[in-house]
Design a protein around this ligand. Sequence first.
Ligand SMILES: Cc1cc2nc3c(=O)[nH]c(=O)nc-3n(C[C@H](O)[C@H](O)[C@H](O)COP(=O)(O)OP(=O)(O)OC[C@H]3O[C@@H](n4cnc5c(N)ncnc54)[C@H](O)[C@@H]3O)c2cc1C
Length: 300
Amino acid sequence: MDYRELVSRHIKKYPAASVFENEPMSSHTSLKIGGRAAAFFEPSSVGELADLLAELEKSGLRYIILGRGSNVLFADGELSLAVVSSCGLNEITAEGDIISAGAGAPLSKIAAAALANSLTGFETLAGIPGTLGGAVFMNAGAYGGEIKDVCESVTVYENGEIREYGAKDCAFSYRHSVFEDKNAVIISARLKLSAGDAGEIKEKMRELGERRRDKQPLEYPSAGSTFKRPQGDFAARLIEAAGLKGRTNGGAQVSEKHAGFLINRGGASFEDFAGLMETVRKEVYDYSGIMLEPEVRIVK
Ligand SMILES: Cc1cc2nc3c(=O)[nH]c(=O)nc-3n(C[C@H](O)[C@H](O)[C@H](O)COP(=O)(O)OP(=O)(O)OC[C@H]3O[C@@H](n4cnc5c(N)ncnc54)[C@H](O)[C@@H]3O)c2cc1C
């Protein structure tokens, strides 16, 4: 089976499905970089997703799961792969101190639901521009909070079955979860928050949002921090100390505002961005002996 056949089989089964061929990944990523994926699917139910994943596994065709694309750098040109977006699975429900949400629910909307229900514990995650699935996948975090602090359980599709992982089985650590090492697709998660004061929750979200706007180059496309924090140091500090702030490569640049962010100044290609990442890694290593590890996921 090829991608075209996969698409037509899927549309036969799900005539209203959201499916595109040769879809530009620059339209689905915060970096605004990336070539055309052979097939792009956005299932709107768990049944449709599970069916599609089963077909993909049977066919042996290459695929990746995409949330809001805020941590992915795609190569340019024709990409021989199927991209399965989680964004159609975005329902959010609150019951007592538990919020349950689909993998495609944006963290900002979960934060809004937490605030509407006077639930505290999600404020530090409110400004991360990804989905719940993407956040669980890499244990996203900010301002001293991580998804692991509130995640109670995760439902995934794995090897043809839908199963649940308790928080302990997720093996969360700094920007890592067990799902990075498995062929598992996150479908939804349950988050345990606590009763709080709506005024205080709102104020904390406002204050952290302001800190982001002050410190981060949000006016340019980026994938947030390009590199993980090395043990005992900060990527931005090392990059700045190595004299790389403002360094450009074609349309890619080490942000002048926050050296931890590599940005797309306009029209950056994959080669521009990936090349700048390599330069930064090499020069930081020459300067400090520390090899930075990319946080952004590269898909070629
Ligand atoms: C301006 C800006 C600020 C940011 N600030 C932060 C921050 O403070 N803290 C932080 O941690 N990150 C930050 N990020 C990075 C990014 O938002 C997070 O990594 C986020 O968790 C990615 O979610 P996503 O839905 O966009 O995932 P994507 O970028 O779409 O995917 C990232 C990875 O997760 C996998 N994935 C996504 N969904 C699923 C799923 N359902 N099942 C299995 N695998 C899946 C993908 O295959 C991919 O490998 C920032 C990014 C930007 C652009």
